[in-house]
Design a protein around this ligand. Structure first.
Ligand code: GLN
Ligand code: ZN
Length: 758
């Protein structure tokens, strides 16, 4: 019998119960209450999975904050400065690593956080050093296995594999992470032994790093790691790979002495044949057939073809059916979405529904006739989506077809544009500006909530936003900023605000996905061809411009960022969806220009994070990503100044693409790196305007004039001063007014000092 496996279930809870419990604990609630909620959620999810037909649901996929932090804690990879706290109070120590700790004279920063492969989930980066020792500090995997066992549920514990764990970590002394492998392996061996003794038959050992470009050090690490774990007393190991095909690492993965291999057949559908050939006889093969990264129904007939093929090759008992990766990246249950358009709802599958799909595939393998009615129903939904006149719009297709290379090109080269722009809008040297948003105070958020719930009328809400905008304009004038912004008070979120006004987007009520820790996001669904029925930002931008003689900068979210932070259609290439968004934004840019807005910023903070996992795929991605940005930006006259903004980005390997975006001005986040991030621009001799951030907006700290002047001097040492702009690292929406005022005052003063002595 072909079994059904699962690699991980969303732990946050269908109603974000875990978020609430964790945050209540942070506010001072007792640990026992938090642990009770956690236990309740684990049990609920195991039960749900068993009922859905999963043979061995995962355990230890649960986490109070992050599974990588759990793994670091488990092997005692805790930096010295947290140790006393973690020894005295493990839970407090755990949360200190995750989010810092400031109490009773202790002041600890949080560990760094970064993206989990190419997902929008962020993990805590373990900190290691050359003398790192490891020990089995915390047997959470065993505890949670036993907890399920007590409830009568046999589970397959999930561990992050040793090589992927080291790859995810960083050393603080520049030493080689993989040199620590030999010290780490005995801890894994001890843990596996304990799991075995507790009764676990299988362990899922996650090694997603196997889908990356590996160097010889990592390949060797894989061989050493799994050789060392081969002949110990342990459960059977299912080596789980996901987020892509194994490709050139297939031989390596198949050669490792484990008992089974999980492969991603959603992103790596074409690898099945090669996997079947490479995997030695007797190994279990887990087929990742259902997309763990997106919310669409599976094309079950296609999945069934793969499943049958694999079963034929290896026998039903040696094959398991599974999602492509953990279901952490999708919302819990579609059944909660009562308000969603019923037709659209019929096309979707969230975590719970994805397990039902696996059950259906398994049923069809054993009894095709019995499964046929359900399959037919699923087929009808897929066909409806494929043929829907709502999804495919002739007008959008025609526009996409008609894109010509000149549409992605400004009329003149930057040098000519710059002259025209300076003539029309003379600005001082080191012009000052901000990135867009101003403080989203409690008042602003309350007004938006009241408007949404209907207690604040449209007219009153509009009047409120107008007043906020007007006072923001006055503040900026008083501060002496050169290029102003309207403040973005009308926006809930930089993607949602646009998605709500574009055709082809939908929003869920409870479609939460964990972003990091207790933070969840509700990504929009892009389900159909994207078009802009009406201008989206012209009203507030022109209103703000009407209040001042200084240039008012229009503010848009770029096509790549909108794409990147949404659930995207899977029935056409991402590039096509991105171009559709770009065309909609192009219309907006043209409308803004026509309405008298001569400076327009198109934010692309997510451009870099969209980079594919494999280098070989970078060029194709950057090609369409840059082209999309240029399509949105190129419909205007030379005199119109296009800005872009990219935060949290490393520019070294994408500087050519960034230059190809050809924005007149780019603002970036540089204050924390003390201008180091500028180096890529310096080396490339980046020719256009550039605003290196001089104010770290992630911190309530207010930098003074001297500090910002020093940063600007460093920038001016590297970049010709005529190219430089002066601005914060990012938008100010998370800051309060007093600190914002103080910091911007210092920023304007720093720019004046620069003008005076250069
Ligand atoms: N314009 C946006 C803001 O200022 C940019 C946000 C971002 O880059 N993440 O809030
Ligand atoms: Zn930013």
């Amino acid at each position: 019998m072909t079994q059904i496996g699962n690699l991980g279930f969303p732990r946050i809870g269908a109603r974000r119960e875990l978020k609430r419990a964790v945050e209540a604990h942070w506010r001072g609630g007792d640990a026992a209450t938090l642990q009770a909620t956690a236990r309740e959620l684990r049990l609920r999810h195991w039960t749900l999975q068993r009922e859905a037909g999963v043979d061995l649901p995962p355990s230890n996929d649960f986490s109070l904050y992050d599974q990588v932090l759990d793994a670091a804690f488990c092997v005692d990879a805790i930096p010295g400065r947290y140790r006393a706290l973690a020894d005295a109070d493990p839970l407090a120590g755990y949360f200190a690593l995750a989010r810092g700790h400031q109490r009773d004279g202790i002041d600890l920063h949080a560990l760094e956080m970064t993206k989990w492969f190419d997902t929008n989930y962020h993990y805590i980066v373990p900190e290691l050093h050359a003398d790192q020792a490891f020990a089995l500090r915390d047997d959470k995997p065993v505890r949670e296995y036993l907890e399920a066992q007590d409830a009568g549920i046999e589970t397959r514990p999930v561990l992050i594999g040793p090589v992927t764990l080291l790859w995810l970590s960083k050393t603080t002394d520049g030493s080689d992470r993989f040199a620590l492998l030999e010290r780490l392996l005995p801890v894994y061996a001890a843990l596996l032994r304990k799991l075995h003794d507790a009764g676990a038959g299988w362990v899922q050992i996650d090694e997603p790093a196997l889908v990356l470009d590996l160097d010889d050090t990592m390949r060797a690490a894989y061989r050493r790691a799994y050789a060392a774990l081969a002949d110990i007393v342990r459960p059977k190991l299912l080596l789980a790979t996901y987020f892509g095909a194994l490709d050139d690492n297939l031989e390596l993965a198949a050669s490792l002495p484990v008992d089974g291999l999980h492969v991603d057949l959603v992103r790596g559908r074409e690898q099945l044949d090669a996997v079947l050939h490479a995997l030695p006889a007797g190994r279990t093969l887990s087929l990742g057939l259902v997309d763990g990264r997106n919310i669409w129904r599976t094309r079950l007939d296609d999945a069934l073809v793969l499943a049958r093929y694999a079963v034929e090759a290896r026998g039903a008992d040696a094959v398991q059916l599974a999602p492509s990766c953990s279901l952490l990246h999708v919302p819990v249950d579609l059944k909660q979405e009562k308000a969603l358009d019923p037709e659209l709802r019929g096309w979707l599958a969230f975590a719970t529904q994805k397990l039902d799909e696996l059950r259906l595939i398994a049923d069809a393998l054993t009894d095709a006739d019995a499964a046929e009615p359900s399959l037919a129903e699923a087929r009808a939904a897929i066909d409806a989506r494929r043929q829907s006149a709502r999804v495919h719009r002739a007008d959008v297709a025609a526009r996409l077809q008609a894109i010509r290379p000149v549409d992605a090109q400004r009329l003149s080269a930057f040098g000519t544009r710059r002259v025209a722009q300076d003539a029309l809008r003379p600005l001082p040297a080191f012009p000052t500006t901000t990135i867009g948003s101003f403080p989203q105070t409690l008042e602003v958020r309350e007004a938006r909530a009241a408007h949404k719930s209907g207690t604040l009328s449209d007219a009153d809400y509009d009047a409120f936003i107008a007043a906020e905008t007007a006072s923001c304009v006055r503040e900026q004038e008083a501060l002496g900023l050169d290029v102003l912004v309207h403040g973005e008070f009308e926006r809930n979120d930089m993607v949602e605000y646009f998605g709500e006004q574009l055709d082809g987007f939908a929003f869920t009520k409870l479609g939460w996905v964990q972003s990091y820790g207790s933070r969840c996001v509700k990504p929009p669904l892009i389900w159909g061809d994207v078009a802009r029925p009406a201008p989206m930002t012209v009203r507030w931008s022109t209103y703000a411009q009407s209040l001042t003689d200084r240039p008012m900068k229009g503010m848009l979210t770029g096509p790549v960022t909108i794409l990147q932070w949404s659930f995207v259609r899977d029935d056409q290439p991402r590039a096509a969806t991105c171009r559709q968004i770009a065309l909609a934004l192009r219309d907006e840019v043209i409308d803004l220009e026509a309405a008298g807005i001569g400076v327009i910023q198109i934010d692309e903070p997510a451009l870099r994070e969209g980079l594919p996992l494999r280098r070989a795929d970078w060029a194709a991605y950057l090609d369409w990503a840059v082209e999309s940005f240029r399509i949105s930006a190129s419909g205007v006259a030379d005199t119109t100044q296009i800005h872009t903004h990219m935060c949290y980005s490393e520019f070294n390997d994408i500087i050519e693409a960034v230059a190809a975006m050809d924005a007149d001005v780019i603002s970036i986040e540089t204050s924390r790196s003390r201008m180091e991030l500028l180096d890529a621009f310096v080396r490339f001799r980046y020719p256009n305007g550039i605003g290196p951030g001089v104010y770290d907006i992630h911190s309530p700290r207010v930098p003074d004039v001297d500090e910002m002047t020093r940063l600007l001097e460093r920038a001016a040492d590297r970049i010709p001063p005529a190219q430089l702009w002066v601005n914060p690292d990012c938008g100010l929406k998370t800051r309060g007014w007093p600190e914002t005022r103080a910091a911007l005052q210092a920023l304007v003063e720093a720019a004046r000092r620069m003008r005076a002595h250069t």
